[in-house]
Write a protein that binds this ligand. Structure first.
Ligand SMILES: [Zn+2]
Length: 209
């Protein structure tokens, strides 16, 4: 959900919705305005976010963000919460999580580590360096996570962002998968068509026929 006081990335522009015209104050209609960094709430990253020569959000084919998806639950790795060591999510964890599920072009990773959208996490788990190539080998085009980044919060070089881009895997961050079980679904998370955008908010949904 996008709401005032949602925790932004430290230093980023927070989300703010404000009514500029108010019927309660005599206006003909209510009209709101939004200010926000485009990485607030659930959003898709464009490669331009971390590579100045990379494509911007409106240029990414929409079929990337619509179609079958596989939710992989690795929350048990971090079940002890803040006390648990936030180790990397390894290829073997993903293989175990996949179990008998069919592989689709979109993987959504449920860690359940970030449970309070009003408090930005100090630390988050990240994928191991060999995961992007493993995803590529399985024809995966999109990786979504219930985390605000695919790299550590303090990363300056963003190795996983770059490795995923090199593997042709687009990124959706800050999903809410808390009520979603592992399994195969249909997925849609279309980014707003922001010209020259480094990212864009999405409304992400999962459904089954
Ligand atoms: Zn982002």
């Amino acid at each position: 959900m996008l709401a005032n006081d949602l925790a932004p990335w430290p230093g980023d522009t927070p989300f703010e919705f404000q009514l500029k015209w108010r019927m309660a104050e005599g206006a003909t209609v209510n009209v709101g305005a939004v200010t926000m960094g485009v990485h607030n709430g659930t959003h898709a990253d464009a490669i331009f976010h971390f590579d100045p020569s990379g494509g911007t959000i409106e240029s990414i084919p929409l079929e990337t963000y619509v179609g079958p998806a596989t939710v992989i639950d690795v929350a048990h790795l971090f079940a002890l919460g803040d006390a648990a060591e936030l180790r990397q999510v390894a290829v073997s964890d993903l293989e175990r999580g996949l179990a008998a599920m069919s592989v689709t072009p979109r993987f959504l990773l449920k860690t359940n580590v970030w449970r309070d959208s009003w408090k930005f996490p100090d630390r988050i788990p990240v994928i191991a360096p060999d995961v992007p190539r493993w995803l590529q080998a399985r024809g995966v085009k999109l990786l979504g996570l219930d985390l605000p980044s695919v790299d550590t919060i303090d990363s300056k070089t963003l190795p996983n962002h770059h490795a995923l881009a090199a593997a042709g895997v687009m990124i959706v961050e800050s999903l809410d998968l808390s009520a979603v079980d592992a399994g195969n679904y249909n997925f849609a998370a279309l980014p707003l068509k922001i010209a020259a955008g480094d990212a864009a908010p999405v409304r992400a949904i999962l459904w089954r026929e």
